[in-house]
Design a protein around this ligand. Structure first.
Ligand code: C2E
Ligand code: MG
Ligand code: MG
Ligand code: MG
Length: 281
């Protein structure tokens, strides 16, 4: 296949709404200057409340407009193709931080379908992983959306190559429009992230509980673990435990925090001695 043809076609900034084109231009500068930062949110083992790992979440503080949330800039970066450079920047920073964590603490990073469809993306990501010295089996890539229903060659190559190297995959936002049962049939995810919509108790608590339980049973049958997302209250945690979810994530445990605070959380759980001394690069 002609390599040029399989490249995602970037939308030119001109095809975006004016305010989106402005954001895309500012984002270009932010990526080039590496002023995108990463926060981390703990993923908790519900059996004992311990930290399994952290999800890296991109953060962008614009000099004039203040914090711009990923729900705004990630879709724009996907439309323009900037998500490829952004994703590598986030991965690089997250891996660098993870070097300061105990060896059994995992790292989850979001990747968009647009990144994965990029030829040679696996090679670029693996180069960063190798450079960091982080064992690939500590890395979980979180994916959503139209990734696998009609996978192209580049996508299939990416998935099998990364899995061969020991990287595992989580299906993000499960139960929402884009992450459906069809995906589970197509690809062996290690984890399902049950969307935060299912953490809330609906008017009929029995129905919500039945849905959580059904997803958890399905995951068990397919040898996958479930992470309940968006747990904000003790009763939501109790509901996730009752459904049989292995892991939980949400404001009840911690908001996404800067890297320095991650080390405090880990020192609290593991003791200072467990933290590797990481020399500055
Ligand atoms: P996600 O991957 O599903 O990440 C979880 C989102 O839920 C995060 O929002 C997190 O801050 C938020 N959250 C966590 N706990 C709670 C809770 O208890 N209640 C509520 N209401 N929200 C909670 P954030 O950081 O704004 O990110 C939004 C989305 O942007 C992410 O959803 C992900 O899809 C995307 N994103 C963020 N960083 C990246 C990145 O580096 N690459 C890519 N491709 N996407 C990213
Ligand atoms: Mg995620
Ligand atoms: Mg999610
Ligand atoms: Mg999401």
């Amino acid at each position: 296949m002609d390599r040029e043809q399989s490249q995602p076609q970037p939308t030119s900034p001109g095809a975006l709404a004016p305010h989106e084109a402005l954001i895309a231009r500012a984002l270009q500068t932010a990526i080039a200057n590496k002023t995108i930062s990463v926060h981390f949110q703990p993923i908790i083992r519900l059996s004992d409340g311990s930290i399994d790992g952290f999800e890296a979440l991109a953060r962008w503080r614009h000099s004039e407009q203040g914090d711009i949330p990923p729900d705004i800039f990630v879709p724009i970066a996907e439309a323009t193709g900037q998500i490829v450079a952004l994703g590598l920047l986030v991965l690089e920073q997250a891996l660098e931080e993870a070097r300061a964590w105990p060896r059994d603490v995992s790292l989850s990073v979001n990747v968009s379908p647009r990144q994965i469809a990029q030829p040679h993306h696996a090679t670029e990501m693996l180069a960063l992983i190798l450079k960091s010295g982080i064992a690939p089996h500590r890395l979980h890539l979180e994916v959503t959306e139209g990734l696998l229903l009609e996978p192209d060659q580049a996508t299939l190559h990416f998935l099998s190559r990364m899995r061969r190297e020991g990287v595992s995959f989580a299906l993000d936002d499960f139960g929402t429009g884009y992450s459906s049962l069809a995906y589970l049939d197509q690809f062996p995810f290690a984890r399902i992230k049950l969307d935060k919509a299912f953490a809330q108790r609906s008017a009929n608590a029995g129905r919500s509980a039945a849905i959580r339980k059904a997803v958890s049973d399905l995951a068990a049958a397919l040898d996958m673990d479930v992470i309940a997302e968006g747990l904000e209250t003790a009763s939501q945690v109790a509901d996730a435990v009752a459904a049989g979810c292995e892991f939980g994530q949400g404001y009840f445990f911690s908001r996404p925090v800067p890297a320095a605070m991650v080390r405090e959380l880990l020192a609290h759980q593991f003791g200072m001695d467990a933290l590797p001394l990481v020399e500055a690069r």
